[in-house]
Design a protein around this ligand. Sequence first.
Ligand code: NAD
Ligand code: TDX
Length: 395
Amino acid sequence: MKTYLITGAAGFIGSNYLKYVLRLYKNIKVIVLDELTYAGNLGTIKENIQDKRVNFEKGNIKDPVLVKELISKYNIDYIVNFAAESHVDRSIENPQIFLETNILGTQNLMECAKAAWRTGEDKNGYPIYKEGVKFLQISTDEVYGSLAKDFEEPQNLEIPSEIAGKIASDRKLQTYGKEFFTEKTSLDPRSPYSASKAGADFIVLAYAETYKMPVNITRCSNNYGPFHFPEKLIPLMIKNVLEGKALPVYGDGKNVRDWLYVEDHCKAIDIVLRNGKAGEIYNVGGFNEEQNIRIVKLVIDIIKELTGKNAEYKNILKTKWENINYNLITYVQDRLGHDRRYAIDPTKIVNELGWYPETKFEDGIRKTIIWYLDNQKWVEEVISGDYQKYYEKMY
Ligand code: NAD
Ligand code: TDX
């Protein structure tokens, strides 16, 4: 039986991952450590923390006493570190907390794990650790910087032979450029957020090299799906369309991100944790690049269709159905230092570990919008308080 310490599991990806592993494995124990910042919501995992297999601890990953105690007391095998300040715009407003949580928090987790997992040392002075332990750092494609956008329209990517038989034959994999990030691409972070995530990656790799700690890093592209906090592009646009509010599109709206359904990411994390070779980095991506403006239009189209067909959904609208159209789109000042294009090459995890992005974007985005329509109470809960203050300041 494995015992997990999952940090940041009251946030978007961490909560999806917690639910995923609890569904997948009967015989596990999970300790959740979360500071419950503005982005963490206990309501998201209310049912999960009532599960006998789960213990919730409110606390900071930077706290050495608490973290050391948790790892020792519960005899932790796996640490999966989602806890982070995750929003690029906030990092531009206030960088310091990003460095504190993302770099120092990660370093504290590693330091505590090193002490708690150590069972002795080899003849060269390197620590020896308890059998079967691993530290998995959840990182991001943003650490690689920004790529050129070579095409105005999406181009079809050839389907890699390893996944050709697995995905639907009508599935389109698409790109806006010729270059991709591989695990060998040099890090070139350009925002305070991505610099802090790169700092965390370097410290994780330093612990692996210097103290021979068993680690993996996953670098994933933009996730979307249930429980995504409505400060990020997709959930913010869903929320604003339903309220008939302006949809703030930064710059020319043509920046490109690679979008991955969150459950596909959770699968990748599980596979890397169990089968990833110690010390390795794995890129995780959806072969699914899209420019922001096309995402925003798609969100409008799907909401228009769903609320047109279903009276209950139509009742959610805080505006007239007729007002749901592209006139809501409002071009606003560009994000400072706005990265133009991210594009992950996930060939390594596909070839070595057999993972692939299962969810077709058209299906994933529709499922996501339906989830938000069905979970308006959750949205109301998470946007009270600090969220309002942030938005008054932004717009
Ligand atoms: P999120 O902002 O939704 O959630 C972060 C969680 O961490 C929250 O529950 C918050 O309360 C908690 N937290 C913050 N500071 C903490 C601290 N000091 N101690 C303990 N808990 C703390 O983030 P997310 O979008 O779920 O991202 C999770 C991880 O995945 C992050 O490390 C992020 O960098 C990475 N990532 C995110 C994406 C994406 O598209 N969202 C893509 C690639 C990588
Ligand atoms: O209101 C908006 N208008 C807009 O045009 C917002 C919030 C965003 N955007 C643009 C900026 C980006 O080009 O949409 C794109 C996506 O923005 P975000 O949702 O803020 O995500 P991004 O900056 O790409 O970062 C995300 O993916 C990588 C996560 O927030 C990070 O945590 C992750 O590492």
